[in-house]
Design a protein around this ligand. Structure first.
Ligand SMILES: [Zn+2]
Length: 254
Protein backbone atom coordinates (compact mmCIF):
# COMPACT_ATOMS: atom_id res chain seq x y z
CA UNK A 1 0.00 0.00 0.00
CA UNK A 2 1.43 3.42 -0.93
CA UNK A 3 2.35 5.94 1.77
CA UNK A 4 -0.22 8.36 0.29
CA UNK A 5 -3.08 5.90 0.83
CA UNK A 6 -1.85 5.05 4.35
CA UNK A 7 -1.67 8.73 5.25
CA UNK A 8 -5.16 9.34 3.81
CA UNK A 9 -6.56 6.38 5.81
CA UNK A 10 -4.83 7.60 8.99
CA UNK A 11 -6.37 11.01 8.47
CA UNK A 12 -9.84 9.58 7.79
CA UNK A 13 -9.76 7.31 10.82
CA UNK A 14 -8.08 9.77 13.21
CA UNK A 15 -9.79 9.32 16.64
CA UNK A 16 -10.80 13.01 16.74
CA UNK A 17 -12.50 12.71 13.34
CA UNK A 18 -14.29 9.50 14.32
CA UNK A 19 -15.50 11.19 17.51
CA UNK A 20 -16.71 14.22 15.55
CA UNK A 21 -18.62 12.05 13.05
CA UNK A 22 -20.17 10.10 15.91
CA UNK A 23 -21.25 13.27 17.74
CA UNK A 24 -22.49 14.84 14.52
CA UNK A 25 -25.04 12.02 14.17
CA UNK A 26 -25.66 11.30 17.86
CA UNK A 27 -26.38 14.95 18.68
CA UNK A 28 -28.56 15.71 15.65
CA UNK A 29 -31.57 17.75 16.67
CA UNK A 30 -33.42 20.98 16.22
CA UNK A 31 -32.82 22.89 19.46
CA UNK A 32 -29.73 24.80 18.31
CA UNK A 33 -28.50 25.85 14.90
CA UNK A 34 -25.06 27.12 13.93
CA UNK A 35 -25.28 30.26 11.77
CA UNK A 36 -21.78 29.60 10.43
CA UNK A 37 -22.33 26.12 8.98
CA UNK A 38 -26.09 25.58 9.25
CA UNK A 39 -25.81 22.39 11.32
CA UNK A 40 -28.52 21.69 13.90
CA UNK A 41 -28.15 19.75 17.16
CA UNK A 42 -29.81 19.08 20.47
CA UNK A 43 -27.12 21.34 21.96
CA UNK A 44 -23.69 22.73 21.17
CA UNK A 45 -20.79 21.17 23.08
CA UNK A 46 -19.31 22.68 26.23
CA UNK A 47 -16.07 24.63 25.75
CA UNK A 48 -13.49 26.66 27.63
CA UNK A 49 -11.62 26.10 30.87
CA UNK A 50 -14.75 26.48 32.94
CA UNK A 51 -16.74 24.40 30.37
CA UNK A 52 -19.32 26.89 29.18
CA UNK A 53 -22.47 25.03 28.17
CA UNK A 54 -23.86 25.25 24.62
CA UNK A 55 -20.63 26.73 23.24
CA UNK A 56 -18.86 24.76 20.47
CA UNK A 57 -20.40 23.67 17.17
CA UNK A 58 -19.75 19.98 16.57
CA UNK A 59 -19.41 20.46 12.84
CA UNK A 60 -17.41 23.67 12.34
CA UNK A 61 -15.99 24.32 15.84
CA UNK A 62 -17.45 27.84 15.98
CA UNK A 63 -17.77 29.39 19.44
CA UNK A 64 -20.18 32.03 20.70
CA UNK A 65 -17.96 34.89 19.54
CA UNK A 66 -17.64 33.62 15.97
CA UNK A 67 -21.39 33.00 15.68
CA UNK A 68 -22.12 36.50 17.02
CA UNK A 69 -19.79 38.09 14.49
CA UNK A 70 -21.14 35.91 11.69
CA UNK A 71 -24.70 37.06 12.40
CA UNK A 72 -23.54 40.67 12.67
CA UNK A 73 -21.78 40.55 9.29
CA UNK A 74 -24.88 38.96 7.72
CA UNK A 75 -26.80 41.95 9.01
CA UNK A 76 -24.25 44.52 7.80
CA UNK A 77 -23.80 43.50 4.18
CA UNK A 78 -22.53 46.95 3.15
CA UNK A 79 -19.40 46.47 5.28
CA UNK A 80 -18.06 44.12 2.61
CA UNK A 81 -18.15 45.43 -0.94
CA UNK A 82 -16.87 43.55 -4.00
CA UNK A 83 -13.23 44.37 -4.64
CA UNK A 84 -12.46 45.05 -0.98
CA UNK A 85 -9.02 44.08 0.23
CA UNK A 86 -9.17 42.36 3.61
CA UNK A 87 -6.37 41.48 6.00
CA UNK A 88 -7.52 38.70 8.33
CA UNK A 89 -5.17 38.02 11.23
CA UNK A 90 -5.32 34.64 12.98
CA UNK A 91 -8.09 33.62 10.56
CA UNK A 92 -10.89 31.70 12.18
CA UNK A 93 -11.62 28.75 9.88
CA UNK A 94 -15.33 29.59 9.59
CA UNK A 95 -14.52 33.08 8.30
CA UNK A 96 -11.68 31.84 6.13
CA UNK A 97 -14.16 29.60 4.32
CA UNK A 98 -16.53 32.53 3.95
CA UNK A 99 -14.14 35.27 2.82
CA UNK A 100 -11.74 33.25 0.69
CA UNK A 101 -14.58 32.42 -1.69
CA UNK A 102 -16.55 35.62 -1.19
CA UNK A 103 -17.57 37.58 -4.24
CA UNK A 104 -14.61 39.63 -5.28
CA UNK A 105 -12.98 40.12 -1.88
CA UNK A 106 -9.20 40.20 -2.13
CA UNK A 107 -8.41 38.15 0.92
CA UNK A 108 -5.09 38.17 2.79
CA UNK A 109 -5.01 35.64 5.68
CA UNK A 110 -2.05 36.19 7.99
CA UNK A 111 -0.47 35.22 11.29
CA UNK A 112 2.86 35.44 13.09
CA UNK A 113 2.92 31.63 12.94
CA UNK A 114 1.49 30.77 9.51
CA UNK A 115 2.46 27.08 9.75
CA UNK A 116 -0.26 26.60 12.35
CA UNK A 117 -2.76 27.02 9.49
CA UNK A 118 -2.10 23.98 7.35
CA UNK A 119 -5.62 24.13 5.90
CA UNK A 120 -4.93 27.60 4.42
CA UNK A 121 -2.62 27.45 1.41
CA UNK A 122 -1.84 31.15 0.98
CA UNK A 123 -1.06 32.30 4.52
CA UNK A 124 1.12 35.39 4.97
CA UNK A 125 3.54 35.67 7.86
CA UNK A 126 2.43 38.89 9.53
CA UNK A 127 3.79 40.53 12.67
CA UNK A 128 0.95 42.84 13.72
CA UNK A 129 3.46 45.26 15.29
CA UNK A 130 5.41 45.56 12.02
CA UNK A 131 3.10 44.86 9.10
CA UNK A 132 4.80 44.50 5.72
CA UNK A 133 1.98 46.05 3.69
CA UNK A 134 2.01 49.70 2.63
CA UNK A 135 0.00 52.62 3.96
CA UNK A 136 -3.71 52.61 3.05
CA UNK A 137 -3.43 49.18 1.37
CA UNK A 138 -6.52 47.55 2.88
CA UNK A 139 -10.23 48.35 3.03
CA UNK A 140 -10.75 46.26 6.13
CA UNK A 141 -8.97 44.29 8.82
CA UNK A 142 -10.31 41.48 10.97
CA UNK A 143 -8.24 40.65 14.03
CA UNK A 144 -10.15 38.97 16.80
CA UNK A 145 -8.86 37.71 20.14
CA UNK A 146 -5.25 38.48 19.21
CA UNK A 147 -4.29 41.79 20.86
CA UNK A 148 -4.50 40.29 24.35
CA UNK A 149 -1.50 38.14 23.33
CA UNK A 150 0.58 41.06 22.00
CA UNK A 151 2.82 42.96 24.46
CA UNK A 152 2.97 46.12 22.30
CA UNK A 153 -0.72 46.25 21.43
CA UNK A 154 -0.70 50.01 20.84
CA UNK A 155 1.87 49.53 18.05
CA UNK A 156 -0.39 46.86 16.52
CA UNK A 157 -3.36 49.25 16.64
CA UNK A 158 -1.23 51.96 14.96
CA UNK A 159 -0.20 49.49 12.27
CA UNK A 160 -3.81 48.53 11.55
CA UNK A 161 -4.68 52.21 11.30
CA UNK A 162 -1.77 52.86 8.95
CA UNK A 163 -2.55 50.05 6.51
CA UNK A 164 -6.24 50.98 6.28
CA UNK A 165 -7.55 53.31 3.60
CA UNK A 166 -9.39 56.41 4.84
CA UNK A 167 -12.95 55.24 5.42
CA UNK A 168 -11.73 51.69 6.06
CA UNK A 169 -12.76 49.62 9.05
CA UNK A 170 -11.33 47.07 11.41
CA UNK A 171 -13.05 44.65 13.75
CA UNK A 172 -10.68 44.23 16.69
CA UNK A 173 -12.53 42.14 19.27
CA UNK A 174 -10.81 41.08 22.48
CA UNK A 175 -11.87 39.39 25.70
CA UNK A 176 -12.83 42.26 27.95
CA UNK A 177 -14.19 43.00 31.39
CA UNK A 178 -16.23 46.17 30.88
CA UNK A 179 -16.73 46.41 34.65
CA UNK A 180 -12.99 46.96 34.97
CA UNK A 181 -12.15 50.60 34.34
CA UNK A 182 -8.48 50.17 33.60
CA UNK A 183 -6.73 47.43 31.64
CA UNK A 184 -4.50 45.30 33.82
CA UNK A 185 -1.15 44.30 32.39
CA UNK A 186 2.09 43.20 33.95
CA UNK A 187 4.83 42.11 31.56
CA UNK A 188 6.98 40.76 34.37
CA UNK A 189 4.47 37.91 34.67
CA UNK A 190 5.64 35.18 32.31
CA UNK A 191 4.69 32.04 34.20
CA UNK A 192 1.77 30.45 32.32
CA UNK A 193 -0.01 29.46 35.57
CA UNK A 194 0.23 33.00 36.89
CA UNK A 195 -0.96 34.43 33.55
CA UNK A 196 -3.92 32.08 33.63
CA UNK A 197 -4.76 33.25 37.13
CA UNK A 198 -4.32 36.98 36.41
CA UNK A 199 -5.33 37.32 32.76
CA UNK A 200 -7.69 34.39 32.19
CA UNK A 201 -5.48 32.38 29.79
CA UNK A 202 -1.92 31.12 30.05
CA UNK A 203 -0.71 33.00 26.96
CA UNK A 204 -2.49 36.32 27.55
CA UNK A 205 -0.40 39.31 28.62
CA UNK A 206 -3.23 41.52 29.91
CA UNK A 207 -6.85 41.73 30.90
CA UNK A 208 -8.64 44.53 29.06
CA UNK A 209 -11.00 46.90 30.80
CA UNK A 210 -13.33 49.55 29.43
CA UNK A 211 -10.33 51.77 28.57
CA UNK A 212 -9.76 49.44 25.59
CA UNK A 213 -11.83 51.93 23.61
CA UNK A 214 -9.50 54.78 24.63
CA UNK A 215 -6.50 52.72 23.56
CA UNK A 216 -8.04 52.20 20.10
CA UNK A 217 -8.91 55.89 19.86
CA UNK A 218 -5.31 56.79 20.74
CA UNK A 219 -4.26 54.98 17.54
CA UNK A 220 -6.60 57.27 15.57
CA UNK A 221 -9.72 55.12 15.28
CA UNK A 222 -13.27 56.21 15.86
CA UNK A 223 -14.80 53.28 17.73
CA UNK A 224 -18.30 51.90 17.84
CA UNK A 225 -18.96 49.36 20.60
CA UNK A 226 -21.79 47.13 19.42
CA UNK A 227 -23.76 44.98 21.84
CA UNK A 228 -25.22 42.94 19.00
CA UNK A 229 -26.47 39.98 21.06
CA UNK A 230 -29.10 42.12 22.78
CA UNK A 231 -30.99 42.26 19.47
CA UNK A 232 -31.85 38.57 19.96
CA UNK A 233 -34.47 37.16 22.33
CA UNK A 234 -33.41 34.80 25.10
CA UNK A 235 -34.66 31.85 23.02
CA UNK A 236 -32.75 33.02 19.96
CA UNK A 237 -29.58 33.45 22.03
CA UNK A 238 -29.89 29.81 23.11
CA UNK A 239 -30.73 28.66 19.58
CA UNK A 240 -27.63 30.28 18.08
CA UNK A 241 -25.47 29.56 21.12
CA UNK A 242 -24.65 33.18 21.99
CA UNK A 243 -23.34 34.63 25.23
CA UNK A 244 -25.56 37.33 26.77
CA UNK A 245 -22.81 39.88 26.10
CA UNK A 246 -20.27 39.60 23.29
CA UNK A 247 -19.17 43.09 22.30
CA UNK A 248 -18.05 43.94 18.78
CA UNK A 249 -15.46 46.71 18.42
CA UNK A 250 -15.92 48.31 15.01
CA UNK A 251 -13.05 50.75 14.43
CA UNK A 252 -13.07 53.20 11.55
CA UNK A 253 -10.32 55.28 10.01
CA UNK A 254 -11.58 58.78 9.22
ZN1 LIG B 1 -21.10 25.23 12.82
Amino acid sequence: MSSGIISSLKNKFHPAKIKRRFLHYAMKGKAVQCPCCGSSYVTFLPAGLEKRANARCINCDSLERQRTLWLYLNDQQDLLMPGFKMLHIAPEKQFYKRFSVSNGIQYYPGDLFPLKYRHIPNMYKVDVTDVQFGDAFFDCVMCNHVLEHVPNDSKAMQEFYRILKPGGWAILNVPIDMNREKTFEDFTVTDPKKRLELFGQDDHVRLYGSDYVTRLQAAGFSVEVIDYVKKFSHNEQFRYGLKPVELIFLCRKK
